[in-house]
Every structure is written in C-alpha cells, then in structure tokens.
Design a protein around this ligand. Sequence first.
Ligand code: RIB
Ligand code: CA
Length: 323
Amino acid sequence: MKKLPVIIDCDPGHDDAIALIAALASEKLEVLGVTAAAGNQTVDKTEKNARKVLEICARTDIPVAKGRGKPLWNPLSVAPEIHGDSGMDGPVLPEPSMPVCREPAAALMARLVEESPEPVALIVTGPCTNTAVFLLSYPHLWKKIAKISVMGGGAFEGNRTALAEFNIWTDPEAARIVLESGIPVEIYGLDVTHKALIYREEFALFREREGMVFQFLADLLDFFGGTYLEARKFPGAPMHDSCAVIGLTNPELFTYVETDMSVETESPRSRGALTMDLRPAAGKKPSVCGKIALDVDREKFLQVLLGACETITRQRREKGYAS
Ligand code: RIB
Ligand code: CA
C-alpha cells in the first residue's frame, strides 16, 4: 500500500505524544519529520518532549526541528495547568540522546516537502505558527501539500475562552493563514475531540499491558486525565490530537461537514473563534476546500490507539529494544 507522507507540527503535550504514537504505528502514513511548536509549553520543552517520544518509539531516524518561540502576534501563553511544567509531566523519561535538527521548523518542512516524490500532508496538533511560517516562506511548495489536518477550534465549543479553542486562540493569525490558504483543510475541533474520550476506567486497558509503550501511554493518561478531571471535571482524557492523525488513517470513523472556515482575529471578545457557515446550502459552494469533523466512533477510535501501542511494542522488539 502506498503510504501518505506526513509532517507532524506539534506541541507535546500529552495528547500530542499519543498522536505521534498513532502516526508512527500506522501502515498508511510515512512520518517524514516532526516540528515542535510553542503552545502547551515553550518550544524548548516541546521539542525535547518530541524527541523523547520518538526515542520511546525507536524512531530516532525521524528528524525533529524546533519551531518559532512565540506566536506570530500574540504573546505566548502556555498551559502548565493541563500539561505540567515540562509539558509532559507524569512519565519519567531519560533525557533524549537523539539530536535536534539544526534547521528551524519551516526550513525542515520545506526540505522534506521538496525531497518527497509525492505530495505531503501536514498534521498540526498545536498552534499553527510553524505551518503558517512555512506557507508564507515557501509559497512555491503549496502545490506539493496534499492537505492540512488540524486539531483546533470548534463549531460549537471553546476551551480557552467560551468561543476559542487553545491552539487557534494561541495564534489566530497563523490559523487564519492556514485556513484561508486554499489548501484542503480538515479541522478536528472540540466538537469531536471531546467525544474522542478515553474514560478513566479504560486507562487500565493500557496499564494492564506489558511493555514500555503501553506503560508510557498509561502514565500520560493518568496525568492528563487527572488535570482534565481537576480543571474541567472531565470523566476521562480527551484524545484531541489523535483525531487529526486518525482522521487521515481511518476517516470512516468520523462524520464531517464541508465548509470553508477562517478565524476571528479582530475583536478582543471573540479573537480565536473558528468561523464557518454550516447552513445546508453553504457547503455547496464550489470554493469549499474545508471540512470539519463533528462526530467519531469512540470505541473503534480507542481500538486504533490500543493497536498502535501494540504495533510500536512489536517494532521495538524487532529492532532489539527491550519491549
Ligand atoms: O485544545 C486542545 C489542544 O490544545 C490540544 O492540541 C492540546 O495538546 C493543546 O495543545
Ligand atoms: Ca497539542
């Protein structure tokens, strides 16, 4: 089967880490590179966390580049109340030994896209800062971007404000550049990611399994599920970022509505809100190049994540690593 080449722009981040595992395990994706964004934590922390995840997955062959240290316009506002001071509190991991790329994120994206024989899909699970810098800096490469899958926003929900979701709110200008580029965009917003929930009683499905990867994911769920319970009274851990990955590998699990989208950037009250037109006739416009996911088959989604841990565990064993 021909794999879809992808670059993952992320801000690990507990759910980003789980999304990376899902992407690395999929036989449908070829992860060309990972770029770290400033979001959940500073970019120095998110890039280190990204390298830690690749090392656990025995994929130090994949380059990790550090992105911009702050949003295009806003000051950076990190989320230690959800992800802790390291950005990935909970699991106890060694310092990464693989090097970080010398190239900045946008330059790595450009090199990987240029080198790829096939169009590349971008998966964005943090603020869109790096992806926007890439698009603005390399317009001649837009024709080699197959699509952009974004975890962000929400048709009917916000979490950083009543109207805005954290990734889009952190850098609304960057999100607007991505959404208005005309490149096909898939949005996985809070409407669907809050349904992609692993319930607390299901954490045991990972904890009870042998091997470092299952235990790593269980540690992530324990911490992330704990902060979501304390801060937002959630009965489990929402797998926000894995939606942007599994939407590419298993689109049949999701329900979508076609609509062009953008971001409100002018009003201080609604800044960062995702804008769209869901009226029935609106989606029929010839210019529509966006779709938003509004529902997911949660049980099958959970099975994909369990299967991903199984796959990475097997791959580690085949490479001679302790499982
Ligand atoms: O609002 C959820 C998003 O913000 C997720 O990507 C999470 O990792 C945080 O970055
Ligand atoms: Ca994220």
